[in-house]
Structures are given as C-alpha cells and as structure tokens.
Design a protein around this ligand. Sequence first.
Ligand code: CDP
Length: 202
Amino acid sequence: MVIAIDGPAGAGKSSVARAVARQLGFTYLDSGAMYRAVALAAIEQGREPAAVARSLRVELGERILLDGADVTEAIRTPAVSEGASRAAADPAVREAMVAQQRRLLARGNWVAEGRDIGTVVAPEAELKVFLTADPAERARRRAAELGADQARVLAEQAIRDERDRTREHSPLHPAPGSVTLDTTALSLDQVVQHVVRLASQR
Ligand code: CDP
C-alpha cells in the first residue's frame, strides 16, 4: 500500500508522514530530501543540478547519505532549501528523481511525502492526502524548528511556494481523489490519527 502526502513547506508533511509510517509499520519516503541532496551536490561540485542528478546515489533512512557521506544536517540550510526549489523546477532533475522514487515504491508499504507524489510519482496510491496550513502558521512552525527568524522564513517560504505552484513541470496542486487537510488549528497527533483512520478505511 502507498500513502501519498503532498503539500507546501511547513504544512507538517515530514512529521505526519514519519509518525503515520511508524504507527502502521510502513517505510517513510522523504522525496524532498532527494531534491535537497541534488542541490547540495550541485553547490559543492559547482555543477548544474541536472548534471549531478543522474549519477547521484542518495540513501534515505534515519540519516541521509549522499554518495556515502552523511548530509542529514547539511541539506537543511536555507541555501540548500532555495537550491532544491530551483533544481526541482528542472524537468531533467525531476525525471531522474521520479524514476528512483517509483523504483522504491513498487514494492512494500510506504508513506511517501513531497509535492508530486499523488499527482505524478504514485497517482495510483491507495490514499492521497494534501496537507495545507496558513502561510504564517507554516512559517512559525519552520522558524521554531530551525531556530530562525519568522519574518525571514515567511519571506523565503513565499518565494518557494510561488515557484512550486507555478512551475511548468509537476506544479504543486492537490491530486485528483486526494483528501485535503488544513492543519492550521490541528495538533500533530490529531493529523496523524486522522490519516491513520483514512488509511484503515482503504
Ligand atoms: O518541506 P520543505 O519545503 O522545506 O522542503 P522539502 O519537502 O524537503 O522539499 C524541498 C524542495 O524540493 C521543495 O521546495 C520543492 O520545490 C522540491 N520538491 C519537489 O519539487 N517535489 C517533491 N516531491 C519534493 C520536493
């Protein structure tokens, strides 16, 4: 079974997907970490993201490994967030990432999260959830997580949101047949239990 969770930055996708996966005994797939790894490699090597995407070896788990090196923290910096958002607009990068993600999801039980899981990577997923929240609340959560300034996070988030929504290839939008969940006023646990309930109904 595949549970697809998509939505903008700070809507709670990672925390929700991780907790749902733990509760159901499924494997968690953080597709954003793959785009982040491409961005980091491109910055470090001074090459175009498309050039590094094809040969990149990303291992996802408790720690994120990029060609064997632990990049778990390095991929969360603001510079890499911005680079990942740019890299993700390139169809050649998306093609390489989507192929890897489909290979992983072909077997087993997964909770996969990102921007295009329900629309492109796994449109046949048994459950598709679109998580949203007010922009200010999303920025508040992200700023608290990073220990960063909220106004700055909100400004950077607005740029990435706009790019994700308006890009030509795989723009962010709810997949047909998905359940939209506004998490602004909900606790993490409330959202997790809601998704688990939906999954058990499928
Ligand atoms: O949660 P946050 O927006 O900080 O980042 P993320 O989920 O780790 O994704 C980083 C970037 O990769 C996003 O800004 C998206 O542009 C892109 N992305 C994508 O295009 N498709 C995905 N399936 C996952 C991420």
